[in-house]
Design a protein around this ligand. Structure first.
Ligand code: ASP
Ligand code: MG
Length: 430
């Protein structure tokens, strides 16, 4: 008998009809002889609606109360799903995050999992019940309060439970057929990927692919959980995200082509970042340390950093970096306050940028990928403002309004286009 964890995103449980459809699917899995643990998100756009409501009553809702409010969304869907299944004549029981043993630290809105103790889930499974768990939420032993894991946290709940229960597979149900070579909402010729490594999936998620949350992929990699990303609207196979045995990079074929994996897994884009340029920084030891210590204090997660060659005459250089737009104003203020201390001339803020990333494990063993990427962008008339690379990723910054053209051009240039148009079943992207 297998133990299967299934996670259904908001678009898969958006209304009563959807809940009934999902319930049938869960019962089928149970009838096939499996133990089933289901993790649900809040229905449709419930979380966003609750957030709007909170901001209507007060501009800065108290974090503890916001978590109390938001966790209600998942409670609604878990209870409705459990009663639907019971109405079909099968045993099901729903559990909140704290009942399920999701123990977190006390950081409201961004809690990290510190322990998973699914004692009650085990007992319910042993009694033959289908177990339904509210995603995205936990409980802090320090404060005895309810917490949330951050937006999209239900993926993480599912993976953490799969790891703790030793599940055979963790199925992530969404409104597209799996992980695609690019966002099918933008690149209609995007192709479904059948199998992708955790490492590649991590890079794609980090680069803005929204199909899986990066924390969930990190957790799955660390704990050896295999993921199956698939549509709740069809029965087809989706994408298997797996930890390669021994996680060794693929060996090159004799003519230089990798046998096991395609060179490029996919391309992702991120519009949520901004760029800050610090103009006229004295080019002496210690300046970068000083600047990035100040930035770190504003808690911004910075990504690309570019320092220009300093002009010999002035001994001054420019430093640019990207960061989440949400951290933009706090970081600008912190830098402005340290202007005299650092001794720079000016600050520039630009939030009209897009970051595009090309990801593929085959890059390790294949030359010329950068040249091909830059050529594709050049031929599409797109200017590159910043470049950064890792072993299996190349990222570039372009103007925000060029992002869709850039994605399509790169997708075509690397031979990723499919013959058919990709299908998007819902619309919320989750
Ligand atoms: N409902 C939460 C959100 O929308 C958690 C999730 O969907 O995973 O962010
Ligand atoms: Mg949601």
């Amino acid at each position: 008998m297998s133990l299967i964890v299934q996670k259904y995103g908001g678009s898969s449980v958006a209304d009563a009809e959807s809940i009934k459809r999902v319930a049938k699917r869960i019962v089928e899995t149970k009838k096939a002889g499996n133990d089933v643990v289901v993790v649900v998100s809040a229905m449709g756009d419930t979380t966003d609606e609750l957030l709007d409501l909170a901001r209507e009553v007060t501009p800065l809702p108290a974090p503890r109360e916001l978590d109390m409010l938001l966790t209600a969304g998942e409670r609604i869907s878990m209870a409705l799903l459990a009663m639907t299944i019971k109405g079909m004549g099968y045993e099901a029981r729903s559990f909140t995050g704290s009942q399920a043993g999701m123990i977190t630290d006390a950081r409201h809105g961004a809690a990290r999992i510190v322990d998973v103790t699914p004692v009650r889930l085990r007992a319910a499974l042993d009694e033959g019940d289908i177990v339904i768990v509210a995603g995205f939420q936990g409980f802090s032993r320090d404060t005895m309060d309810i917490t949330t894991l951050g937006r999209g946290g239900s993926d993480t709940t599912a993976v953490a439970l799969a790891a703790a229960l030793g599940a055979d597979i963790c199925e992530i149900y969404t409104d597209v057929d799996g992980v695609f070579t690019a966002d099918p909402r933008v690149v209609t010729r995007a192709r479904k990927i059948d199998r992708i490594t955790m490492e590649e999936m991590l890079e794609l998620a980090a680069a803005g692919s929204k199909v899986l949350y990066i924390r969930a992929v990190e957790y799955a990699r660390r704990h050896g959980v295999t993921l199956h990303v698939r549509s709740s609207f069809t029965t087809g196979e989706g994408t298997i995200v797996y930890n390669p045995p021994g996680s060794v990079p693929p060996r090159p074929h004799k003519d230089g082509v990798t046998v096991e994996e395609p060179i490029i897994a996919g391309v992702a884009a991120d519009l949520s970042e901004a760029k800050i340029t610090i103009v006229g920084v004295p080019d002496v030891p210690g300046k970068a340390a000083q600047i990035f210590t100040i930035i770190a204090q504003s808690e911004a997660n910075i990504d690309m950093i570019v320092q220009n060659v300093s002009a010999a005459k002035t001994g001054l250089t420019d430093i640019s970096f990207t960061l989440p737009m949400a951290n933009g104003s706090a970081t600008m203020q912190a830098l402005e306050a340290a202007r005299d201390e650092i001794g720079f001339q000016a600050l520039q803020y630009d939030d009209q940028i897009a970051k595009i990333a090309l990801v593929g494990a085959g890059m390790r063993t294949n030359a010329g990928v950068s040249a091909q990427l830059f050529t594709a962008l050049y031929e599409a008339g797109i200017n590159i403002e910043m470049i950064s690379t890792s072993e299996i990723r190349i990222s570039v910054v372009t103007r925000a309004d060029a992002v869709e053209d850039a994605l399509r051009a790169v997708h075509t240039a690397f031979g990723l286009d499919s013959d058919e148009e990709a299908i998007v079943y819902a619309g919320t992207g989750r």
